[in-house]
Structure formats: structure tokens, C-alpha cells
Design a binder for this molecule. Structure first.
Ligand code: PEP
Length: 251
């Protein structure tokens, strides 16, 4: 039985004070929930304060991105050591917005994943197809390329630490959610791919989250699918009540 994870990706939202306020409200609303993992991924500037605010709660901390080197002349970048230093246990890697606006490729995603694992950070690897790719029947080919590229050179032991988030790009921030049937069957394809690269025992253990306009109204139907092991939530994670309702839908 895979443990569900409900993760909030705050993207470029919330000042430090707003972020702290959000996790205080969230921990109040969810403080007796221990049967699933609750994760927040604030901006870099809010990580330290949010880390302090969630001490002693059931909320875990992740970063939205990182560079693969530990330190050096990389102006504007943040290293795995730095995000660990402020209390991150998880890190999102290869979000479609990073791929689209900041030139991330399979190669940089692969380097970041390797680096995260070497710092004992648990990566959440994002993959997903564009609308035109879905409509032209290219979804499986696109996902396969992303999976094979991202996981190049990984052992089964390393793969066990990685969480995958399937995020169809056409569903991110658009209000258009994939139907539970589309999300579940695509996530089954991803799990089968992991089984063919590694083995089926490992594929059955891997958590695959769904992301793309998850909200309180659709969370239960999505989270009850066999191949959906949680949600990566953008917009709705910025509101403590909405995010708490999505978490409750996973109970
Ligand atoms: C995301 O950015 O990971 C995401 C799924 O966003 P939203 O929930 O707003 O679609």
C-alpha cells in the first residue's frame, strides 16, 4: 500500500509573513492527520521561516528547484546543501514551468536528480505532455522520453527515493483537470515504464502524484484512482482551507 502525499507548490507566491501565516493555518486545520504526507514547497526566501513555523507539526518542507553544484560561481542559483541547511527534505525537479521558461532539459533534470539524491533530498520529478502532444497522440512518446532522459544512469536503489509527479501541461493553472480516467491510465503507463526500466516490485512501490488544477471539488475522485498516489497542487495550495480540504479528500 503506497502512502499518499499531498504537496503544495507555491510557485512565485507569498512573502515570508504570508507563507508563515499559511502554514500556521494549515497545521491548525490538519494537525491530527498522520496517515498521509503533507508537503509545502515555498519560495526560497520563505523556506527558513516556514521551516521554523512547521517544527513539531506533520507538515514537511520542500524546495521548488535547486542547482546541481554544492557551491561556487553560479550567480542567482541555490544549492542542494543550502536547501538542506534550511530544513528541506524534498525538492521539486523539472517542473514544466522550469522547462518552458528557464530552459531545463532532460540533461539538466538528470543532473539535478543525481545531485539531490547525493544530498539525501527526496526529489519529486515532474513530467507531462503539452495539449498539442496529447491531441496528436504523442503523450506516451513524450513521457517515455522524459522518463528515460531523467532517469538515465540511476540504480533501482536510487529510483526508490524518487517520487514522480505526472502533470499534463494543459491542465496546469488552466482549470482544466484531466479526468480521473485519463490521469489514472496515463499514470499506469508511467508505472509500467518504471517496471520495464527497473522492475515491477519497485514500480509498485513508487509514488506517482497527479498535478493539474487539483481542487477540493475534484480531489476525491482523482485520489481514489489506483495509480494516483497523491497530488501536486499549485493554485489551490495557496489557500489553507482549500489545501486542507484536498488533504482531507485523501483520508
Ligand atoms: C503545478 O504547478 O504543479 C500545478 C499543478 O498547478 P495548478 O494546481 O495550479 O494547476
Amino acid at each position: 500500500m503506497r502512502r499518499l502525499m499531498i504537496a503544495g507548490n507555491w510557485k512565485m507566491n507569498k512573502t515570508v509573513a504570508e507563507g508563515v501565516d499559511l502554514v500556521r493555518k494549515l497545521s491548525y486545520a490538519t494537525n491530527n492527520i498522520t496517515s498521509l504526507d503533507i508537503l509545502v514547497c515555498p519560495t526560497f526566501t520563505a523556506l527558513k521561516s516556514v521551516s521554523e513555523a512547521i517544527k513539531g507539526t506533520n507538515i514537511k518542507l520542500g524546495a521548488q528547484n535547486m542547482f546541481w553544484e554544492e557551491s561556487g560561481a553560479y550567480t542567482g542559483e541555490i544549492s542542494p546543501l543550502m536547501i538542506k541547511d534550511v530544513g528541506c527534505e524534498y525538492v521539486i525537479i523539472g517542473h514544466s514551468e522550469r522547462r518552458e521558461y528557464f530552459g531545463e532539459t532532460e540533461e539538466t533534470v538528470n543532473k539535478k536528480l543525481k545531485s539531490a539524491l547525493s544530498y539525501s533530498l527526496k526529489p519529486i520529478l515532474c513530467i507531462g505532455e503539452k495539449l498539442a502532444e496529447r491531441e496528436s497522440g504523442a503523450t506516451e512518446r513524450v513521457l517515455e522520453t522524459q522518463i528515460v532522459g531523467a532517469l538515465d544512469g540511476f540504480s533501482a536503489v536510487e529510483m526508490e527515493q524518487i517520487i514522480i509527479a505526472y502533470e499534463p501541461i494543459w491542465a496546469i493553472g488552466t482549470g482544466k483537470t484531466a479526468t480521473p480516467e485519463i490521469a489514472d491510465s496515463t499514470q499506469k503507463f508511467i508505472r509500467d515504464k518504471i517496471a520495464s526500466i527497473f522492475n515491477s516490485q519497485l514500480a509498485n512501490k513508487i509514488r506517482i502524484l497527479y498535478g493539474g488544477s487539483v481542487k477540493p471539488e475534484n480531489a476525491k475522485d482523482l485520489l481514489s484512482c489506483e495509480n494516483i498516489d497523491g497530488a501536486l497542487v499549485g493554485g489551490a495550495s495557496l489557500d489553507a482551507d482549500k489545501f486542507a480540504k484536498i488533504i482531507e479528500a485523501g483520508l
